[in-house]
Design a protein around this ligand. Structure first.
Ligand code: ADP
Length: 654
């Protein structure tokens, strides 16, 4: 239930309270305030249900006081629906009170009674004494309207002690007055007058004088009926004196009318005429048909007793006109009541539809929540599976690394032994055996060297993998590193009848970079060896270098940034090229393209396979230097020979 912020809720309550205070003085303003309160309550997040109900209750009351009973009914019924849906019980009792009164004023007495009984039951359940007593009052008044005066008296006798008990002076006075009125109608005049006098005493304790006027009017009526015209006149005069201090035009009409009657009974005809004319003038202003009808009738009677028949006839005419008007008004009322009933039923149906929809929405939300929960469980289960799979992979990778590490370390010593002894053997071969034994010994020696290379590569890979590569930062001229590589590979290039073009002039203008010369030499030599391997005999390898003051956009992961300026070395070949989908895969450990042979006779023979570590190591080393290594190729084609370009990007020393 929404009471979003206390201050907002209080503001709503204050607006309603102010509307209440203004109800009898400035109805338009009271309406404005109550509507504003409702608006505030509706738009607050979440909606302030209590505020909405209270505002509707105020709106209903204001309309009831304004005599707009169908509107009063509309707002109060709306309030009741909201209060029921928000399970707010206390305001329901008061709403039922307004609803019952509205029905009564609209002439729907059975409904008014029904609602009154509902209010009684609710207040009893809530132990709301005052509400219970008010409900009884409402019922009593309805009984009175129905002509069941004695039943009304019974109800009022029940609620009188309650109002007295809770010291509700206003309702005590009103109940006594109602008791007087109903028992008078029920024919118990003496008792009625006694209650009327008690009512007067109670009314005099009140702050305002309205109740006293009402009571005096009732008493006057009773005295008139009882033939005690003098006493009646006294009450009327007292009431009139009260009007000097406090204006209540609706009551004044009644007072003048009663005064007229009293004077008539006392045969003070001129005064009677004066009083009745005043009553008529006032009633005309108020458009009070019933009073007009009564006053004209009384006046006509007065003129009749004076034998002023023309005037008597004129007022008799008026009296009939108003009687018809009254009849029409009452019919209108009944019609309107029917209309309201119809609308109310529609509103109830609408509310039921709304409730069904609400229920469906809640169900839908519940389903959605369950679904979400299941989804979350599924996601966390899958995440867990993934985590386990990842851990397993990590373990496998570790096992592989361990295996390589152990193998490489274990191979190193025997290879060194074989190398050493084969060297010794080569030197100690007798001259006559040289032609036959020397090539064999050299074969052993070369084999050992190859194993040694593989072992070194594996150990380097391990270092790259475990980030154990110690980059010694020294100023390096890449031109000299590259020429050294080119010279080392000169024989291989020649064997393959290839051309290696190194742009010496351009290289010499390159600024120095900072890094580890030995490992960078491995990078370039791996790339150049590949260029030789994957280019057919007679092909060309071109090596160039340039400086970029800013980072070119084509650099992979350029957004991650590299310190600029940078040197870019490109190693271009005219070989078989690389398929687009393999441009990144070739940098993975142990990847060997399908074109690579499983074994090769020499380290630079065409498509001669290696362990598939060369590029992985090269990239690891370049990245340890905060650079980038990537490949570009138009595709893989052993006939068309599109060639490949390998780019090495390294930051310039600063
Ligand atoms: P390998 O030991 O197989 O040469 P590398 O890591 O050096 O391992 O290279 C991985 C794979 O990349 C090679 O097997 C080959 O398929 C491909 N590759 C490398 N360089 C080139 C190149 N210049 N032209 C075409 N393919 C190449």
């Amino acid at each position: 239930m929404g009471v979003p912020t206390n201050s907002l809720h209080n503001q709503i309550l204050e607006l309603n309270a102010e509307a209440w205070r203004l109800t009898s003085r400035d109805r338009a303003r009271a309406m404005e305030l109550a509507l504003e309160a409702r608006q505030l309550a509706q738009t607050s997040v979440p909606p302030d249900m209590l505020g909405i109900v209270e505002s509707l209750r105020t709106l209903g009351r204001v309309k009831l006081y304004a005599g707009e009973f169908d509107q009063a009914l509309k707002y109060s019924l709306e309030g009741l629906v909201e209060a029921e849906s928000a399970e707010l019980e206390a305001p329901q009792a008061m709403l039922l009170n307004t609803i019952s009164s509205s029905y009564r004023m609209l002439g729907n007495l059975p409904e008014a009674l029904q609602i009154g009984l509902r209010q009684v039951a609710l207040c009893k359940r809530l132990h709301d004494e005052r509400g219970y007593a008010r409900a009884l009052t409402a019922i009593a008044i309805v009984y009175g309207d129905m002509g069941e005066h004695a039943d009304g008296v019974v109800q009022l006798e029940k609620c009188l002690p309650i109002f007295r008990e809770v010291k509700d002076d206003y309702w005590t006075a009103m109940t006594l007055n109602n008791l007087a009125f109903l028992s008078h109608k029920a024919g118990q005049t003496a008792y009625a007058i006694q209650r009327g006098q008690e009512a007067l005493e109670a009314a005099q304790l009140l702050e305002g004088r309205r109740v006293e006027m009402v009571t005096r009017n009732s008493l006057a009526e009773m005295f008139l009926d009882g033939g005690e015209s003098e006493k009646a006149l006294q009450e009327v005069q007292a009431a009139l004196r009260l009007t000097e201090a406090e204006h209540h035009p609706d009551l004044e009409v009644e007072i003048y009318y009663l005064q007229g009657l009293a004077f008539t009974h006392l045969a003070r005809m001129d005064e009677a005429i004066l009083a009745l004319e005043k009553a008529i003038a006032l009633a005309e202003r108020l458009n009070a048909t019933r009073s007009l009808y009564l006053a004209h009738k009384a006046l006509s009677d007065v003129y009749k007793t004076q034998s002023r028949f023309e005037l008597a006839l004129a007022h008799f005419d008026c009296f009939h006109t108003y009687e018809r008007a009254l009849f029409a008004e009452e019919n209108q009322k009944k019609l309107r009541n029917l209309e309201v009933m119809h609308k109310t039923q529609e509103a109830i149906r609408e509310a039921e539809r709304y409730a069904v929809q609400l229920h469906a929405e809640q169900e839908h939300r519940r389903l959605l929540e369950t679904f979400n929960e299941q989804l979350e469980q599924e996601v966390s289960r899958q995440t867990e599976d993934l985590r386990r799979a990842y851990e397993k992979l990590e373990r496998l990778d570790k096992t592989k690394s361990d295996f390589i590490s152990v193998t490489a370390h274990e191979l190193r010593t025997p290879v060194t032994v074989i190398s050493g002894f084969s060297q010794m053997l080569k030197n100690s071969v007798p001259a006559d055996l040289q032609p036959t034994l020397k090539p064999m010994v050299e074969g052993i020696r070369n084999g050992a060297d190859r194993i040694n290379d593989v072992v070194k590569t594996m150990l380097l890979m391990l270092k790259v993998d475990t980030h154990a590569l110690n980059v010694l930062p020294e100023p390096i001229n890449l031109g000299s590193v590259l020429s050294e590589c080119a010279i080392n590979l000169y024989t291989d290039v020649q064997q393959r009848k290839q051309k290696l073009a190194l742009d010496y002039a351009g290289m010499n203008t390159l600024p120095e970079i900072q890094g580890d010369r030995d490992v960078l030499a491995v990078v370039f030599s791996n790339i150049i060896v590949n260029a030789i391997k994957y280019t057919p005999d007679g092909g060309q390898i071109t090596i160039k270098g340039v400086v970029h003051p800013t980072l070119p956009a084509r650099v992979p992961r350029a957004e991650e940034g590299i310190r600029v300026p940078v040197v870019e070395i490109t190693i271009q070949d005219t070989g078989i090229g690389i398929a687009p989908e393999n441009l990144e895969v070739i940098f993975e450990k142990f990847y060997r393209g399908e074109s690579a042979m499983l074994h090769s006779s020499g380290k630079t023979s065409f498509k001669g396979g290696g362990p598939g570590l060369g590029l992985a190591i090269a990239r690891g080393i370049v990245e340890a230097h905060h650079g980038r290594l990537w490949a570009e190729s138009a595709g893989y084609d052993e006939v068309g020979l599109p060639g490949s370009v390998f780019h090495v990007l390294l930051p310039v020393r600063q």
